[in-house]
Design a binder for this molecule. Structure first.
Ligand SMILES: Cc1cc2nc3c(=O)[nH]c(=O)nc-3n(C[C@H](O)[C@H](O)[C@H](O)COP(=O)(O)O)c2cc1C
Length: 209
């Protein structure tokens, strides 16, 4: 199966060849894989920032445990989860669904109310974790899209989210810095590419009950 081959091919790239840039055509495909990602109720409670400013990437490096991928990869995506999902967000989603699926808004209003009721029961911290979980599904699809395109990438949690939030004023947008994805082409001196994958055996992660 191609997906399994891709998963064996990919690895968390440690050293990028900073002379190689990913084409915008390929970036668009990665973005589309993110856009098509499933999310709970379909709310997509996240935003992805494509950090293009080289100086900003330099400034973010010390906030990211000094990791070289922050500056050396061709592209750097910051996946931000929404701090909260408001009734207005649900209304906007219902309107979008109404126009795309050609269903009158009135017919969807009880579904919208159901979502609002369910979300209102979440505490602030539950909401925060819930939107972050949705964000990781999008991240995962981006990683798989990269692998299919034979583009290298690194998911990165090794950074200070609070410092990112402050520097990029993310809280003003109702966002939190959740996880990064560096995207580019491996350096031929990156020794990590030769490492055998370390994974638990199937019997350690699956159980029949
Ligand atoms: C959410 C997440 C965060 C990660 N953060 C980092 C990171 O900050 N720096 C890094 O070099 N690798 C990071 N990794 C890569 C993992 O260490 C790597 O995926 C794991 O060791 C398995 O190796 P492989 O991806 O090369 O198969 C992260 C992976 C995930 C999924």
């Amino acid at each position: 199966m191609q997906l399994i081959k891709n998963l064996k091919w990919r690895y968390a790239t440690k050293k990028y060849d900073n002379s190689k840039k990913v084409s915008e055509k390929h970036i668009d495909i990665i973005k589309e894989a993110i856009r098509l990602s499933p999310s709970s109720y379909g709310l997509q409670p996240y935003k992805i920032k494509n950090i293009k400013n080289a100086k900003l990437r330099e400034d973010l490096k010390p906030l990211s445990w000094g990791q070289n991928q922050i500056t050396d990869a061709s592209h750097l995506f910051l996946f931000c989860n929404s701090i909260e999902v408001t009734d207005k967000d649900v209304d906007d989603f219902i309107k979008l669904k109404s126009s795309i699926n050609k269903i009158p808004v009135e017919k969807l209003s009880s579904y919208g109310d159901f979502i609002k009721t369910k979300l209102s029961k979440k505490s602030e911290i539950e909401m925060f974790h819930w939107t972050a979980k949705q964000t990781y599904i999008a991240l995962s699809n981006a990683i798989n899209a990269c692998a299919e395109l034979e583009i290298d990438c690194t998911p990165i949690e090794g950074f200070e989210p609070e410092e990112y939030n402050f520097k990029l004023e993310l809280n003003k947008e109702g966002l939190n810095a959740c996880v990064l994805l560096a995207v580019g082409y491996r350096h031929n001196e990156d020794t990590a590419q030769q490492a055998t994958k370390v994974r638990k055996g199937l019997n350690k992660i699956f159980e029949e009950i």
